[in-house]
Structures are given as C-alpha cells and as structure tokens.
Design a protein around this ligand. Sequence first.
Ligand code: UN1
Length: 493
Amino acid sequence: MKEVLAGLGIAETGSAASGDFIASHNPATGEELGRVRLAGEADYERILATAAEMFERWRLVPAPQRGEIVRQIGDELRRAKDDLGKLVSLETGKILAEGKGEVQEMIDVADFASGLSRQLYGLSMHSERPGHRMYEQWHPLGVVGVISAFNFPVAVWSWNALIAMVCGDTVVWKPSLKTPLCAIAVQNICDRVLERYGLNGVLNLVIGKDDVVGERLIRDRRVPLISATGSTRMGRHVSQVVAERLGRTLLELGGNNGVIVMDDADPDLVVRAVLFGAVGTAGQRCTSIRRLFLHKSIAPKITEKLIAAYRQVRIGDPLDSGILMGPLIDGAAVDNMMRGLATIQEQGGKILTGGKRLQGCFVEPTLVQAHPGMAMLKEELFAPVLYLIEFDQLEQAIAWHNDVPQGLSSAIFTTNLVSAETFLSARGSDCGIANVNIGTSGAEIGGAFGGEKDTGGGRESGSDSWKAYMRRQTVTVNWSGELPLAQGIKFDV
Ligand code: UN1
C-alpha cells in the first residue's frame, strides 16, 4: 500500500490546507490508508481565485494546444494505470479489474477530448439579408465546479474535467470525502503535465466538507457551471441553489435501472450480463441493474440460473484475482442495505438468496422475488439487491419499467427485432440510455452519459456533451454597406 501511495506522489505531509484532518479507510480491511487535511474557508477562496485567474490565460490557448496537454495527461495516466487502479480498489473496495477499468475510462476520455479539441464546431446559417454572414461559435465558459461521488472517484471527474479543459475552462473539483486519496493522486498526475507549461491552476482540487466547501462552490457566481454526481437529494439541492443565481447545472443523479427479458432471449447471455450489472461494484454504480422483468415463460429458468450464479459469487479482498465482489463502501451503507431488505420483506418481497451481512463491510449479493406494487421498487437502494418481477406482455413490462422516478439506464434482452425496436421507440424506455442484449452498466465513454427525470437530465462525456461546458455565441456580420433590417422592417427617417 505504501508503495502504491508513494508511486502516486502522496506524501506524508505537504498539504496546503488548514482545516480538520479526516482519515481514509480501506473498506475491505478497515485499515487506515491515510489522513487528509480538509480545506477551510480561506483555502477555498485561494483555490477559486487561482482557477478564476488561470481562466483568463487558459481560454486564450488555442483549443488544439489545450488538446495536446490533455493528450499528455492521458499518457501520464497510462503510466500510472496500475498504481492508480490499485488505489481506486483500496479506497472504494471495487475489484482490481474495475479499479483499472476506471483508469482506462479516464485514458479513453483523454484521447476523445484531445481529438475533440479540433472539432468544437459551430454551425453557419444563411442570413435572410443580402451581404450578411451568420454563424455560431463556441467560447469557453469559465470555472467549472465538479462534485464527484465515491463510487467512481476518478473516471467521472475525467468525463467532466478533461472535456472542460479542451473547451478552455478551468476546473475546481470537490471529491467525495470517502475517496480523497484517489483525488489527490489524480491531481498530482495532472499537475506533473501542467507544470511543464506553467499552467498549474487549470485543474484544482478542494477537499472539504459540504457546509464549508460544497455550499460555497454551488453559491459562487464565479462558477457558471456545476456538474454534480450523486444522490437525487443532493442534486435537487444543488439544482435549486444554482438556479437561484441562474447558473447552469449538469446533473448525474440516482438510477434505478431495469432490464426486460423476453421469452426469446438467450438465457446464458442474460445471466452473465445481469451478474455483472447487479453484482459488479457491489451494486454501487448509478448504472447497476436493480429491477429484472422476466417474461413468465422464461422466468423459472432464469431465476434458477441466477440463484446458482449468485451463490457462486466469490466475495473477498478486491485485490485478489478471482474475487468478483468486494465490500460496500462503509458500515452506513451496510446498515442501509439491511434496513432496505427489512422494508422489502414488509412489502411482500421474498429473499431468494443472499440478504446477509458478512464481516466488516461485506454483504451477500441478494435476489428478491418482487411484485410490481412494492413501493421499494421506486427507490434506489445503493446495494447489490436485485428485484425479479414476472410479466406477460412487453407493453406491461415497459409500463412497469418506466413507472419509477429515475431514468438513467435500461436494457432489453431479446432476439426479436420488433420487441427490441418497441423498447427503443418513443413508447419504449424513457431512460437516457437504452441497450439491447447488454446490461445497463459499463457504458462506453463515446456516447453521451446521463438520464431523465430524477436522474437530473445532464449528459456527460461523449457525443456533443462538450456543449455544456461552453457558451454559444451567434454572430451576424454585415459586409453589404447597407442596413437592411430583419423581418423586412423599414425604419428610416
Ligand atoms: C456511475 O456509477 O456514476 O456505465 C458511473 C458505467 C460506468 C460509469 C458509471 N461507465 O457503469
């Protein structure tokens, strides 16, 4: 562990912060990984001032040059992949393959962003007036505040920060207090590259409590965009505060993702996909599968296979190869899962397998036979609990599927074109992500990532998500020497 931290430049002392200390723990062992000094009010002010000042310079660096710097960050991340992947596993409890996968996601975003730096295209329009040119251009927005969650402590930051960087913005990052070491490691990696250009201050880190740092950040008029990942409760608050000052938000909040399995689906494919989607990251992804709608003619077979698979899931040290499921993030998460399971049973849900608390922060992955009326089906229980619900007709399954407040990711398993297209049509899934014959999690970075309803409506990472980090300017140039007015208006004396 010491070598991993040393390799990532995490030193014993050297914090410029002035607040209280917090400890970061390995959820698999309870061991203290390190202590971090939190930012106080003055630290926040200093960091914000740096980011705002650097924006004045950074916005003038041509976008392809900004892309080149992001490309070099990608190279540094390639070099740090093993150590950083390990640290992600140590601090979050996710298995090593997923820890490294998260760093790979960052590398992919760096590549994407660097290509994007030459493609920040605006449209040109035909003016209705002779001798006039009309087009739109995209300018940097300013300081972007990024609030990230514990479950993807590094990748989700990169979706925002590396795209915002090529867009010409500077970034202030407030990470989860459960994963401060991952954030420090990433900041060190990026600082190494920024230092080569004297550009430290383009990316900034402020580790602090919600009431000291979080509230200041979302209320700060110098920060035109807040991108926040976390619970719907948090997002609703952020949204209200930022809206009050007419700032922008990009929200990626709770998911409650459903999968519909038709009678013509390949059962083995379904079981493998569901296992990764529901048990992977111990059910702590915003994209985790939580509700499985099974066509009644295939339900017994899938249920039986799933119970067998769940019983074989190897639970243990996330750094051991062969382990599929590590611990939950902390004791509070375990308590929350146990409370959730009690409520599920009160509401008529039946535990088919799992459901028990193991040592420390470990739990058993759990399958629940559920019925569509259960209130708990509408809540995101951030744990490896999967509801099985039987249905008769696709239309009925789609209606149940959509009947939740959240709208992030969704999937259907079928070999029937009509069923697949129905699910993808306007009367199908109401989510931001809809998949056929793959699970709801593990999205590629090239697509826009985010969801509807209580998921917050934001889109991050791929496609044209970059537009959220820039301001659009519509330009009309009159080279005619005359002054014709639009809409044919005459206004001469
Ligand atoms: C999250 O859980 O907040 O699609 C993000 C996925 C990952 C990202 C999850 N690429 O599962």
